[in-house]
Design a protein around this ligand. Sequence first.
Ligand SMILES: [Mg+2]
Length: 383
Amino acid sequence: MKITKIETICLSRPHEPERQWFTGTYRTIKADCAIVVIQTDNGLKGIGEACAYGVPPHIKDWVKWLEPNLIGKDPLEPDIVPHTNGRSWSYDTAVAGIDSALWDLKGKIAGKRVSELLTDTPLDRVRLYASSGCRYNWRKNPHQLIDEALEYIKDGYTAMKFRIGTEWSWDGVTVDKFLGLVKELHQEVNGRMELMLDANCRFTEDQAIVVAKELDKLNFAWFEEPIPGNQIDGYARISASVDMPISGGETLTTQEQFRPYLDKKAYDIVQQDVGICGITEGMRIALTADRYGVGTCPHNWHNGLMTMANAHFVASLPKPKVLELCMIQGPLQWEILKEKPKIEDGWLILPDKPGLGVDLADDLEERFPYIEGGYGIQVKPED
Ligand SMILES: [Mg+2]
């Protein structure tokens, strides 16, 4: 069997105002998606989603550039898989899309799920956590966070991760005021869900230690990216100050990049995303981290095909924990697939089909044409 063609499908869908989410001074206005499709001479196809943070047209350009290296090759040849380099997100996400599509293809050739190719003892379902908590605006509706959490409990989710809201300086938000909201949330949830906080690298080390100590008392499952990612010693100090795990690494794409974080005990959980680093490198990172006693809970934002790749990855980990599920991506998330996989009581059931176990829906480019430009816009407090 030989690879005959590789293409990239770029898709978008504008967010309705209620689905737009905030991080600091940014508001997200659309959902994007990039899917790599590998065709073969016997009609089998492999599909893989590349994380849209690599920017779909840039991903497409890199895939086009790499395509001649793969044309005419047997998809089972191990050395055709390009390597991530840790320097260019567009390149690395393109590699991740190709890598995931090759794993899907290998599964279809072998008649096995990708998770069965990755380990002898895969799970057949993966526990999800509801990931959002980024639509509350400190000026207008901070309690939206609590309403949202209660919805997830109703829907059967057993864990939720939230963020720190709109830019604090706009509304005089302090660590104290923030922790007031966190305590209210914790009280309302009342032990019915595990909670995690993602600070998206926005705290100083001093702020992060105060927040970490409070979250530790409230039994949070983890505290993610409290400070900028390059402050490795700061991460190590925050981690040493609490029992609760400190997590990070969603932007890293090679196992070499993780070494200083592991050596210095900066992370208790690593969060490589196979849509960003590929399944092959993601598994290398996970096995290396496991050597340090560090678990993997992958970052997983965006759409359903990447969720399937990350689900097979989690199902194959030495110590599987949970998988992130973006709760605010809108119809693009699952409508790219012919059939949405089953989600029951907050668990994703891996379909009993080879490869990643899902097929692409028809006419995607007509239904979700790519919208040029960034997914986030810088806004002012009153917007
Ligand atoms: Mg994160």
